[in-house]
Structure formats: C-alpha cells, structure tokens
Design a protein around this ligand. Structure first.
Ligand SMILES: [Zn+2]
Length: 458
C-alpha cells in the first residue's frame, strides 16, 4: 500500500496522490521571529522535514515553502527600541542555526512576509472586489475579512460561525466579531518603517493573509499539503483557508497538523515557566539525540519531554551508531532499495515513526547477532538496511566522520587534548584560547560529561 496521511480537515486517513505527477508542493507555517525557538517550533519543522525526506525517498520531488513572519505585533514589541527588522533577522538566525544543527533540510523557499506585501495587497483587493472583505467602517486603513460572507467559514475546524468567539464587534471598525484583519492601519506609536503604502492608507498586513499570499506566490492556486502545529489550526489555518477559497483558489489538498510538545505531561507555556531551552537539551545529549527524540513519537501524538528523554535517545542512537562502527561500515553509498518492507509500511502509515524505529532496532539486533556468529553476508544485509533507514530519518550524520584530511584531524585532536590538559590544570585562559583557535579553524567543539566531541562548522 502507498502513503496514507491523516487529513485533519477530512478527519481521516487518505491515500496521498500528488496533484501533479512526480512533484509534491508543500507549504508549512514557519516561525514568527519574535524570540528564540522552543521545542514546539523544532518539532513542527522536524515533522515536515521528515515527511519531505520520506516523499523524496519514494521518488517524488518536493517543493517546500516555509515562511518567516518578520512583521507582527510581537516582533515590534519585543524589538523595543531597536530596529525591528534587524531584531527579526537576528531571531531568525537562531532558528536557522537550530534547524541546521538538527539537519532539517533547507526549504526550497523561505520567504519573508515583508518581501511579499504586494502579493498581500493584491489578494486583499481581490477579496474586496468579490465582496468578502471591506475597509473599516471607521474609515481607517484597517481591512477585514467578512466571515459571514463566506458560507464555508469554519469548515477546517468544523465550527459554526455563531459559536465562534471573536473580537468586540465595533473594535477598529469591524462589522462583526468574527471578522479578522487582513491589513492593520498604522499606529502612531509604531515605527513608520513598519507600515506600507496600501490602497487603504498606511498599514501592515495581518498574520493570516501573509501565508495565503505567499503560498499562492510560490505554489499557485492549488497545492498538495499544508502543514503546521496543532495550535495553528484555529484561527490561523481556518482563516488562511477562508481567504484563499473566497479568492477563488483551491488552496491545500491535504491539511496536516502535528501535535504539541508537553513537559512532564503538561502543556508547555511561557506563563507556567516550564519551557525548555535548546541549551538545556544539549546538556542531556547531542543534536543527533535531540533529533532522534523528536522523531520518536508519531507526529500526531503529543511528545512528552522529561529529564530522561534526551539521555534515552542518546543511548538508543549509540546502539545504532555502535553497530555501524563495530562492523566497520562507513556512511557512504546509501542504497534506498535496501529499506526493509516493514519500515516502508510503517512510514507509509501516516509516518508511524515509533514502528519504523522498532524495525530499525530489530535490524541492529539481528546485525549484531550475525556479527557475533561471523555471518558476514547477514551483517552486510543488515548494515545496508540500517544505513538506508537512518538516511530516511535524517540521522546518518550521527555516525559520519567529517570529511577532513588525516593531518587536519590529528591537529584538531591534539588541540582538544591540550585544551583538556589546560582545563584539568584549571588554566581556563589557555583552554579558552584553544577553543578560539579551533573555531578559527572552523571547528565547533562540545563538552560532554566524559569526552569532547567536535564537528566542522557548516
Ligand atoms: Zn501560516
């Protein structure tokens, strides 16, 4: 059986068939770059990275758009007295760094909202022309989507208009509480650089219209998959869908929503103070272990973080890496035709990663047993299968030696040993200098409890 995905609009598993043969077009809501990434952001980006890798493994080309919301109330507030766009770019870099460290492939397109204002104006104009949007009753540059004008409003989350909460009716010139902003009039207390000349006056776009406009710009009127975190389903995705359909576009053919990350069983939130930073995760294990942990739950299940999560993931990963190293295999020449049938079926079943990982570990066990028994043919078969599986899961970098010359490797290891000596002698000044020297060579080091590991930057 081929790939089945759970379409959260239809609330059922559907056979996935791309609209255009051989190509999958995907739009994933990216971050609002207001503060550094938390676990929920990382999980969401990783889930769609995994889907993309699986689609590619099955022979499909994937075009992935993941936007960057760089203009938003919270960006302006958090920038404080700083230049907001510079602030937004800085925060964006923390996301890019985390994505790179987790080996999340770069999207085909990563558009900034501020670079597509014209697309948003064009879409808003179209909605006004079609009678689905209006300029604020108070004559300001606010423009609203008129939810009651679109009979299917609520179709994504199966809600009726009259049951939905909304804003106070009269606020900012809206006609009814469920109407939402397409453009927001410039406020005098906000920097002028955060407003654009529109047909309705100086204004900046609302969040929802950004995604509809950028999806259309890159993927056209219809595309295969729209993804995002479950927390974006309403109102963000409901509003995206309403706008795009009301403008005459088909929009997404499948809606995918990944579940959230919980901390010790409770919802993660800033207010409850249980957020976990990337630094805290790295104290428990490597980036590879973090990726392994993020992959370990099926994407529609909540992923619970506990103190042991990353350590357990590290141990599981080391069993896999240990097998590959033990039998003297290298990371080269991955052959995807060696993927076990059970693994393929698990991935095709709406990305059942817990099952896929179970198949992987079964292969590792069988490979180790074969190695103990001197069955080199079986070892070869299992190691090829393991390599193919971890390639698909995006974990192969965990065991690949960086491609550097022997001399360079020796030089780095000597410096690391010297730094260790300096640290033992509590000569932290020298230790820091050696770290800086290593960085100058493009080498990033990381101290684990019993060893220092290194990688080549980029
Ligand atoms: Zn979006």
């Amino acid at each position: 059986m081929g790939l089945q995905l759970f379409d959260s609009k239809e609330q059922q598993l559907r056979d996935f068939v791309p609209l255009k043969a051989g190509v999958v077009e995907m739009y994933v809501c990216g971050p609002t770059v207001q503060s550094a990434p938390h676990l929920g952001h990382l999980r969401s980006a990783l889930v769609y990275d995994l889907l993309r890798r699986w689609l590619k493994a099955t022979g499909l080309e994937v075009i992935l758009v993941r936007n960057v919301t760089d203009i938003d109330d919270k960006v302006l507030v958090n920038a404080g007295s700083r230049d907001w766009l510079e602030f937004a770019r800085e925060v964006e870099q923390t996301f890019i760094d985390a994505y790179n460290n987790l080996w999340i492939l770069e999207p085909t397109h990563a558009p900034h909202a501020t670079e597509h204002i014209d697309d948003m104006i064009a879409l808003t104009k179209k909605l006004i022309d079609r009678g689905h949007a209006y300029q604020a009753e108070d004559g300001s540059a606010n423009v609203f989507f008129h939810s009651a004008s679109w009979p299917s409003y609520g179709e994504l989350t199966n809600q009726k208009l009259e049951n939905m909460e909304g804003e106070p009716e009269s606020s900012f010139g809206r006609r009814s509480p469920q109407d939402f902003a397409l453009f927001k009039a410039h406020k005098p207390e906000e920097p002028e650089s955060a407003a654009w000349q529109t047909p309705w006056g100086l204004a900046r776009p609302g969040w929802h219209i950004e995604c509809s406009a950028m999806a259309k710009h890159f993927l056209g009127e219809a595309f295969d998959i729209h993804g995002g975190g479950l927390d974006l389903r309403f109102p963000h995705h409901e509003n995206e869908l309403a706008q795009s359909r009301a403008a005459g576009d088909h929009f997404a053919n499948f809606w995918l929503h990944n579940a959230l990350v919980t901390i010790n069983g409770s919802k993660m939130s800033k207010s409850s103070g249980n957020g976990v930073s990337v630094e805290e995760l790295l104290e428990q294990g490597s980036w590879a272990a973090i990726r392994y942990w993020l992959v370990s739950a099926q994407y529609r299940s909540n992923l619970d973080y506990t103190k042991a999560s990353i350590k357990d993931a590290q141990a599981a990963l080391e069993r896999i890496v240990g097998f590959i190293k033990r039998v003297g295999a290298t990371g080269k020449d991955v052959d995807l035709t060696k993927l076990p049938e059970d693994f393929i079926q698990a991935m095709n079943a709406d990305l059942n990663t817990p099952l896929a990982l179970a198949v992987l570990h079964e292969s590792v066990r069988a490979g180790n047993t074969a190695f103990d028994n001197g069955d080199s043919k079986e070892v070869e078969a299992q190691v090829e299968a393991v390599k193919a599986m971890i390639h698909v899961l995006g974990l192969s970098k965990a065991y690949q030696e960086p491609e550097v010359s022997k001399e360079f490797k020796a030089q780095i290891e000597e410096l690391i040993a010297k730094r260790q000596q300096a640290k033992t002698a509590k000569d932290f000044n020298t230790a820091d200098k050696i770290r800086a020297e290593l960085e100058g060579l493009g080498v990033i080091i990381k101290d684990l409890p019993n060893e220092t590991i290194w990688s080549i930057n980029g």
